[in-house]
Design a protein around this ligand. Structure first.
Ligand code: TPP
Ligand code: SF4
Length: 285
């Protein structure tokens, strides 16, 4: 039997009230609810407050460069696509520095659950506007308000035919845990946008703001998450109100099924083979 105490890591350095705490707790609950032991899962992250999350859990992890999380996570699928693979990061890490990797992970469809903590600001570097900041958002580096448009991750994911797209927020723990569990058990790239407050640098998009504007798409009985056009329309909703829940799901072949070298099982389960590279090197002369 596994309990949340099995995932207990070192003390956090987040600000009191930060939404990252709810995500950390929710993730432990999601894993325990699925009876996944710490040794059965591997975490990947980059840089940022959100990206520190795996450091605060007792787990297998790789904490690498800013924005490159999905590169390591995808690479690890080649070595062992049978282990649960979870990637986490903030909106800057995922959509600015890591923007191109987000697009190509969707395209390749590796079996990764990707949880992006979206606080609409760069928390770790002290409050600059991020790609998901709303236009007009005032920060130290945008004193007259952010003048760029808002990157809409869910709409981009649906447009690229991601195999799983969901949204939740940290003010609804049960909903967040449910979305996490659905993503972890989904086979393929499962993206969950988790709206969270940054109590220190974002005084606009607070927990109250998310609670007041969000509505659960599950309450719409006719909504079909396999209807891509309907999902795209839903993903575009933002200013007045925005949907949470499973926005989109597509039948896609998963990366490990498309790569011939992985047809015989994960590489780590096969005997190590040392190839003689000398003929190859000779061919370059
Ligand atoms: C290549 C690179 N560019 C910029 C930075 C500086 N940097 C570190 S964290 C960060 C922003 C993190 O914001 P976000 O991913 O939204 O996470 P949060 O801290 O808000 O959770 C930036 C710009 C860096 N470490 N490496
Ligand atoms: S700065 Fe913001 S994101 Fe970072 S720990 Fe504090 S509240 Fe959380």
């Amino acid at each position: 039997m596994v309990t949340v105490m099995d995932y207990k890591g070192i003390d956090t350095t987040w600000c009191p009230g930060c939404g990252d705490f709810a995500i950390l707790n929710g993730l432990k609950q999601a894993l325990v609810g699925l009876e996944i032991q710490p040794h059965e899962v591997v975490f990947y992250s980059g840089i940022g407050q959100a990206a520190k999350l795996p450091l605060y859990m007792k787990c297998n992890l790789l904490n690498g460069l800013h924005g490159r999380t999905l590169c390591y996570a995808t690479g690890s699928q080649f070595a062992n696509h049978t282990i649960k693979t979870i990637a986490v990061g903030g909106d800057g890490d995922a959509f600015a520095e890591g923007g191109n990797h987000f697009l190509h992970a969707i395209r390749r469809n590796p079996d990764i659950a990707y949880f992006v903590h979206n606080n609409q600001v760069y928390g770790l570097t002290k409050g600059q506007a991020s790609p998901t900041s709303d236009p007009g958002f005032v920060t130290g580096t945008t004193p007259e308000g952010a003048c760029h448009g808002r990157f809409n991750p869910a709409a981009v994911a649906v447009a690229l035919d991601a195999s799983f797209v969901a949204r939740t927020h940290t003010g609804n723990l049960n909903h967040m845990v449910k979305m996490m569990q659905m993503a972890i058990t989904h086979t393929g790239f499962a993206f969950v946008e988790i709206m969270q407050p940054c109590v220190t640098y974002n005084k606009v998009n607070t927990l109250k703001w998310y609670r007041e504007r969000s509505y659960d798409i599950a309450a719409e009985k006719d909504y079909d998450p396999t209807d891509r056009e309907a999902a795209f329309r839903k993903a575009l909703e933002w200013e007045e109100r925005f949907p949470i829940g499973l926005l989109y799901r597509a039948e896609r072949s998963v990366l490990s099924d498309s790569v011939p070298a992985l047809k015989d099982g994960p590489l780590n389960a096969r005997p190590a083979k040392v190839n003689d590279v000398r003929p190859l090197l000779k061919s370059f002369r």
